[in-house]
Design a protein around this ligand. Sequence first.
Ligand SMILES: Cc1cc2nc3c(=O)[nH]c(=O)nc-3n(C[C@H](O)[C@H](O)[C@H](O)COP(=O)(O)OP(=O)(O)OC[C@H]3O[C@@H](n4cnc5c(N)ncnc54)[C@H](O)[C@@H]3O)c2cc1C
Length: 433
Amino acid sequence: MTDDDRDAAVGVVGAGITGLSLAHHLDRAGVDHVVFEATDEPGGVVRSGRVDGALLEWGPQRLRRTDPIDELIDDLDLGDEVIEAGDTEMFVYAEGSLGRAPFSLEAFAETDLLSEESKLRVVNEPSTDPGRPDETAAELFTRKFGEEAYRNLLGPLFGGIYGSDPEEMPVRHALSGLLGVEEKYGSLLAPAVKRAMQGGASAPAISFRDGAQRLPAALYDAHSERVHLETPVEAIRAREGGGYAVERADGETVAVDDVVVTTPADVTADLLAGLAPDAADALAELRYNPLAMVHLLADCDREGFGYQVRHDEDLDTLGVSWNASMFDRRGPDDRGVYTVFLGGMKKPELLEEDESTLGAIAAEEFEQVIDAAAEVLSVEKLDRGFPAYDGSWDAIEDLSTPDGVHLATNYTARMGVPSRVREAKRLAETLSN
Ligand SMILES: Cc1cc2nc3c(=O)[nH]c(=O)nc-3n(C[C@H](O)[C@H](O)[C@H](O)COP(=O)(O)OP(=O)(O)OC[C@H]3O[C@@H](n4cnc5c(N)ncnc54)[C@H](O)[C@@H]3O)c2cc1C
């Protein structure tokens, strides 16, 4: 296809953080592109807003300020709007109380989440056999660190990130990166101890004064000429003579050389059904964990990121983010904001409950754990919450798409925002060559 025959070199479907970061890096590389977004706002899953004066997050509660995020902050001149999380402690609710998760050697010695015997078992990890792609995350953690460390610590902390059950998460989908770390260091504990000795240092946890959505909003502002909101795409088809036609719901067709699809798996399956039926069938298999998010206002002074709940505790709560402590998020009466996650793989049917029931469950269980009265501010259901990274991910192990059709989102690499931005940057480099 010649330049005259097409409307843009690259067409991007979706203006979530992946699509917008891609637009940013394509722009820097001088690649002509156009982005289509179905809704009337940029950000996709990254969504912030005010309810009764309190700033709430319906997506990421915090971002890690890794190099790709830092680069965007610099490029967009957002440095003055960044806020860093205060106390970074994380807790686990196990056997009826909150225990501090140990991210330093001192905390490891002191934590009551692990018995002395269990601590010895953890320290023994370097002598265990290496992790295997075909075992589950639960099997790997139990085999290497012992039953108690899995139940009280690694299971809740790891499974909690995805609202998944580690017993359903094959290592090849959920922890493949960790196997690489193990191969490099000869153990999983060695890099963790090294990090703990450096004070538990990982990239700082941040947000923005106006919430996490400030990042995609600033990306949109910088590239709005090329980003079309309220423009859903219905299909992608091959064009005679090469390249692709991006078919918009308003009847317009846009001709591009390459197309990048950043939409959730079921949407991508629909878009590719005619063009790549095998890929579409595989993508349609992928499971996401449904979530309910309940924002509470409460008068308490807990310090830290929040807590995850051990899988077999008799609670519907999966975990709670302490937005009040992390970023001083408060209501007008100074009560703190807390975000409760319910449902997930543990109890997907909970999403069938009405909003007032979900709010009541969240508030009641919060009061039980924290011992502070809570008022419900907002209840939101996400049918498609976190990617489950369970056995359904087998479907895309051999996924292939036609040349020039690229997929980039949380089923092609990790789901965290830093990973999304990193993947977008790499893809922009590929597309600019
Ligand atoms: C509740 C929750 C909490 C999270 N917490 C964290 C966290 O604390 N830290 C962290 O780093 N990560 C977190 N994540 C993960 C991270 O937010 C997501 O993986 C990431 O934002 C996904 O971005 P994306 O652009 O790849 O996809 P999406 O955000 O899904 O973007 C896809 C876009 O495509 C659009 N679209 C859909 N259909 C069409 C169509 N037909 N035509 C055009 N456009 C279409 C959608 O409207 C959307 O804007 C969280 C995720 C969730 C759900």
